[in-house]
Design a protein around this ligand. Sequence first.
Ligand code: ADP
Length: 361
Amino acid sequence: MTRPSAHRRSHLVGLLRAFRDAAAALPDAMVAIDGAHRIRWFNPAAGSIFGLAYPGALNQPLTSVVSIPGLDEWINRGGADVLASVTSPTNESMHLNLHLIPYDEDSALLLARDVSQVLRLEQMRRDFIANVSHELRTPLTVVHGYLDFIEPEQIPEYESIIRELRSQSRRMTQIVEDLLTLSRLDAEVVLPRARVPMEPMINALKRDAEGLSQGRHKVTASRDSDRDLEGSSRDLYSAFSNLVSNAVRYTPIGGTIHINWSSDHRGGRLRVTDTGYGISPQHLPRLTERFYRVSTSRSRETGGTGLGLSIVKHVLQLHDAHLEVESQPGSGSSFTCVFGSERLLAPAKQIEDCRDEPSAG
Ligand code: ADP
């Protein structure tokens, strides 16, 4: 009777030891917490990454011994998303991604992975693109300047070559400018929260569309909301005008482009609709990737860089907004920038009127 149970016990002890050794060998921090967020157990990596001492930290509430800003709220919310790039409480140059994995009835495992190296490489990539673009800017300006100086008509035998050189140097300049815009947006963490008046914005976008179209399309604009947006005027204008430019470039002559601003209790929507070539559904998920084009020749012919929609996505992310695309090949597309209600501002005039009201008494 006793021999099998002794055997079982030693087997279990062996298993526990193997599990403990495996957890101790992990470079990632692991902390098991109970329903009241008290520490039940942790591996040695958690000891050094979070600064937990054994056995003193056991049974302590996690957030009283691990000081990471926002950790408490994140755990209380159930830690559904990854808490990304938080600084280690013991080492300022170490950045961690935290995951919370529930198990049992009310227990959870907190995992922390050191992502400092990944972030460093990401930063190097960003710096490299920004530096290359910056270095290319001056020589391109010089080439462009000289090409503008030559009158193609004066050298008829090279006329077509000079025109092609001009168009290609313009394209390169635009690619460099777009890459620099993306680098700047990449480096931006928080944007200015200024009033972005939507009436002049819509008017400017309509003028842009008319300028690009040169009378080849019907351009209309409407405003169903008197709300303004809060954010960066310059960046929002750059995002919206990219959508307008695409609508003109991917709509055949005689088509219609419509720009609309609307809002309701959920938030605001800036929509650019066209009756152009449209996009097949399989391309839609990849449209905002850098240099992704449905038709490379059509994009190039119309002076596209393949970076416009990446810029739109970045700008919208910085405004806690997103892009929705609906399209039907052959009948047209609709690109909508969707903003949350916290980004909407009452019209400036209405605020002034409130201030003008005589005070009671
Ligand atoms: P590009 O500079 O090539 O226009 P974008 O990033 O702005 O680059 O757009 C990516 C691709 O999405 C385009 O190359 C084009 O194929 C497609 N696209 C964007 N807007 C439209 C539109 N309004 N109608 C049809 N296709 C579009």
